[in-house]
Structure formats: structure tokens, C-alpha cells
Design a protein around this ligand. Structure first.
Ligand code: KG4
Ligand code: ZN
Length: 333
């Protein structure tokens, strides 16, 4: 089965050709245009997808000397995400499916992230998934490879968003996650004592927006030099990772299920400091930790092709499916 997939839910334009489990072609174009605005501008993102998608696709077919008639399924992210961006990518894939007279399969972006670790790992169940992206912070329980149950989520900003907004307050560039990780290397992680909202609640819900407000006040009160920035980045990163570990620990105690493995997926899973802390936590409890392949960590079309192949029988083939900016993982079609 050969899938052509498109991902365009935010500011990455990506296409993939996946044949069974073999990635034949995968390209991710990260839109640089948002850097000067300190965050994603939806209108610019849609226009950039429109400009880039056709070129990427023609390049893919030419480089592979590839006949698109061989494609069995066209798939695209249909939500959640920025509606203009979703419309561009899904309409592009739908048009190809019409043109080549092959089925179109709509894919849920969250499911793409959640299933991404099953591409390169043999998942042991019961399994916990930490979805840490710019749009979401969610914890899922998978008792088997079919059921995905939401256990908790952020009640306000997502984890990636708080990295991006904190970086912006310090006048670091976008996306903020990698900038904060880099600056934190030179800083004292115990320098600032930052708030840990919802830390005593024994569930998997998070709240991050108060941390950003606290940091805003610190920035207003202090002189901002490199030392201040690196101490704040280090303290912020430690604070976020302490929150994750404490909440997972308490949540697991309350859940009372013997979790065998944890997947860490989404852009924030790139953070090596957070990874190390999660790995220490897991190894002390004989829990395996899985990550996606590097190319399937941040937004990408390979995870969309993989979700399509894994769920081909489950997802409805529907050319008329309308993209939606908000969408739950189990309430898709
Ligand atoms: O999964 P993703 O590419 O897109 C969404 O689905 O949102 O995640 C993007 C987020 C951004 O907020 C970015 O700052 C964050 O992932 N990120 C990181 C790192 N690399 C990317 N956050 C912390 N540390 C990193 N090294
Ligand atoms: Zn994503």
C-alpha cells in the first residue's frame, strides 16, 4: 500500500510517500516567515503552504522518477490546527485523489503524534503517551494498540506555547523551545523559584499560563542581561520538567495501573534536559521510554502516512470531510 500524505496544520509544510513501512520520500519545510513576528501568523502560514506544497510535490515525483498513478491512498491532516492551513493541505490532497481517482483519507493530527512511536518501537502495554506540542499538552492511556483514552490535559497554555511565550518575553527568537534549551546550558537552574500550578492535584491536568505571567513580572523588575536570561531559561526548564515528573508520578499512583512504557511525542520531546529527567524517572520504575524517529518528532507528514496505514480500516474514506480547527482524538469523524 503506497500512501501520499500531507501535513499542514501549523507552520510546517510536509509531504511523505510511504510504502507499507518504508519511507520512500519525506520532506519538511519549516516556514521561516514567522520568526520576525515572534509566533505563527495564521494568514501567512496558509499563504506559505499554498506557495510551497505544489513545488514540494513536483520535486518529490521528479526526484524519485515516480509515477503518481502508483499511489493507492491520498491522506492529509484535517485537524486540529489552523483552519486556513488545514484547508490548503487537505484540499490539495483531495484534488490529487480526485485527479488520480484514488481514495482520500482524513487524518487527525493528534493521532499522528500519538501513533508516531509505534513506527520505530515495539510498544509494551499498558502504555502512557505524553503529547507535548505547541498546541497541546495531553496525557493518554493506551491499554492496547486500539484504544486511546485521554487522561488529562493543560487547562490553559500548552507546554510548547509557554516555551515560545517565555522566549518571546526574553526577546529570544521563535520557536522558543530550542532557544531556551540552548540558553539554559549556561544558567543556574536553582536561581529562580517559579510557580508550579496544579502540582498537588492527583490527576494529569496541567496549567502553564501563570508561569508566563510570573516571568513577565520578573522581566519587568530586573535588568535583562545574558546572565539573567540564562538563569531564567535554566530555572524555567527545570520548573517545567519538575512539573511533568511530579504530575506523572502522582497521576500514575492515582491511576493504579502498572504502566509498562511511556511515549514522549511532539516538538517538546526534542528537549534533551526533559528527556533525561523523564528517562531517570522511568528507569527507576522499570518503565520503557519511547521517542519517535527524529524526523517524526515535530510536525511532519510521515506520522500522518503512518497513522493512515495503521488505521486504514478504521478511518472513514471521505472526500467530503471538512477540516476542523478543534478536534478530539476519538471524536474525529
Ligand atoms: O509538535 P510541534 O512541532 O507542533 C505542534 O503540533 O504544535 O511542536 C512545536 C513546539 C514549539 O512550541 C517549540 O517551541 C517546541 O515544540 N520545541 C521545543 C524544543 N524544540 C521544539 N520545546 C522545548 N525544547 C526544545 N528543544
Ligand atoms: Zn503537532
Amino acid at each position: 500500500m503506497l500512501v501520499f500524505s500531507v501535513e499542514s496544520s501549523c507552520d510546517e509544510t510536509s509531504i511523505c510517500l510511504m510504502e507499507d513501512k518504508n519511507i520512500k520520500y519525506h520532506k519538511i519545510f519549516s516556514q521561516e516567515i514567522h520568526k520576525k513576528h515572534g509566533g505563527v501568523v495564521p494568514e501567512l502560514a496558509s499563504r506559505s503552504h499554498l506557495k510551497v506544497l505544489q513545488r514540494l510535490t513536483i520535486e518529490a515525483f521528479q526526484q524519485k522518477n515516480f509515477d503518481p498513478n502508483q499511489i493507492d491512498i491520498f491522506a492529509a491532516t484535517c485537524g486540529p490546527g489552523l483552519i486556513g492551513s488545514l484547508l490548503v493541505g487537505s484540499t490539495f490532497a483531495k484534488s490529487l485523489s480526485l485527479g488520480f481517482n484514488k481514495p482520500f483519507v482524513p487524518i487527525n493530527h493528534l493521532e499522528g503524534h500519538v501513533l508516531s512511536t509505534s513506527y520505530n518501537n515495539d510498544i509494551k502495554y499498558p502504555h502512557l503517551v505524553l503529547l507535548l506540542t505547541g498546541g497541546h499538552t495531553q496525557v493518554y492511556l493506551m491499554k492496547n494498540d486500539k484504544e486511546i483514552q485521554l487522561l488529562g490535559a493543560s487547562v490553559d497554555d500548552s507546554i510548547g506555547e509557554v516555551f515560545d511565550k517565555t522566549a518571546r518575553l526574553m526577546e529570544l527568537s521563535y520557536p522558543g523551545g530550542p532557544e531556551i534549551e540552548e540558553n539554559a546550558k549556561k544558567g543556574d537552574e536553582d536561581f529562580f523559584d517559579l510557580p508550579k500550578p496544579l502540582i498537588n492535584e492527583k490527576n494529569f491536568n496541567f496549567s502553564f499560563s501563570g508561569i508566563k505571567t510570573h516571568i513577565n513580572l520578573l522581566i519587568k523588575k530586573n535588568e535583562i542581561d545574558d546572565k539573567f536570561k540564562s538563569n531564567l531559561c535554566a530555572s524555567f526548564q527545570k520548573n517545567i520538567s519538575d512539573i511533568l515528573i511530579t504530575k506523572i508520578n502522582n497521576g500514575l499512583k492515582n491511576l493504579n495501573i502498572n504502566i509498562k512504557s511511556i511515549s514522549v511525542v511532539g516538538g517538546v520531546a526534542n528537549n534533551n534536559y526533559i528527556r533525561k529527567k523523564l528517562e531517570n524517572f522511568a528507569s527507576n520504575r522499570y518503565i520503557n521510554i519511547y521517542y519517535p524517529l527524529k524526523e517524526m518528532m515535530s510536525d511532519n507528514a510521515a506520522m500522518i502516512a503512518w497513522a493512515c496505514l495503521k488505521n486504514y480500516n478504521k478511518n472513514k474514506i471521505d472526500l467530503h470531510f471538512k477540516p476542523k480547527p478543534r478536534m478530539d482524538i476519538n471524536n474525529f469523524l
